[in-house]
Ligand binder design. Sequence first.
Ligand SMILES: [Zn+2]
Length: 290
Amino acid sequence: MTDIRQRFFIEHSPVRGEVVHLAETLQTILKQRDYPKAIELLLGELLAGSALLASTLKIKGRLSLQIQGSGSLKWAMAECNHLGELRALAEWNDDPVLMQADNGDVALGTLKDGVLFINIEPEHGERYQGIVPLEATSLAGCLTQYYDLSAQIPTRLALACDGERAGGLLIQLLPRNDEEQTLMDEDLWPRLTLLTNTLKADELIYLPAQEILYRLYNEEEVRLPEHENLSFGCTCSHERCEQALRQVGQETVQELLNEQNEIKMDCQFCNAQYRFGPEEALGLFGMHVS
Ligand SMILES: [Zn+2]
């Protein structure tokens, strides 16, 4: 059990869900910067949340969760693509309350007038952005609110992180057709909701997915397809840097080259460095260096 996403279905009902566990992926990402503990915990929850939400999509592309505010946490984001590749990043001010805090909700609480963005970027087709005010005191609470208000799909979410590992669980009642409506046990969803709320952070982080599902829903018939693997993955590349240089334009590129004889571009996510000498940088604009 390391970095996986386990989907599940409650048989004979329109209820589905998944459990996510992250260990190596989380540790790789948290090592990329010297984050305060509260932000590490928040990033763990954001990563688990993005992996849960990404699997509800039926498209090729990526889903990101981004928190934005004007307090000591400037912003934090995590994204997951259709291959189960994740990455995350945050910016903050050295505020003592944030630096000494030891839970992720504190990072969330230091946001002033914060909002949570849910971005969906398909490889082909239109982008989507959902916006949720940060009114709940936890990320799971904010995401639940989003599903209740915007998506109108009854959903319960649990997220937890201890700095080494992160866990997440999502369960949803999908829209039903008339036949399913009449067949479904009316108490099923309220019962599942109550059971889901009994899950403790430690259980979510450390128990294997099958064990969690058995403890919670052992009175139901739970079906588990093959699990999917999750891993760290960055989408930066030399080609993307070339595109970025083309976008800033020849004049700016020339100015940068006048200052230094080389353009260096660092990927904030994975610390990869891309370098462009005058010949290559100006070559992007069809110029030759004599
Ligand atoms: Zn990168």
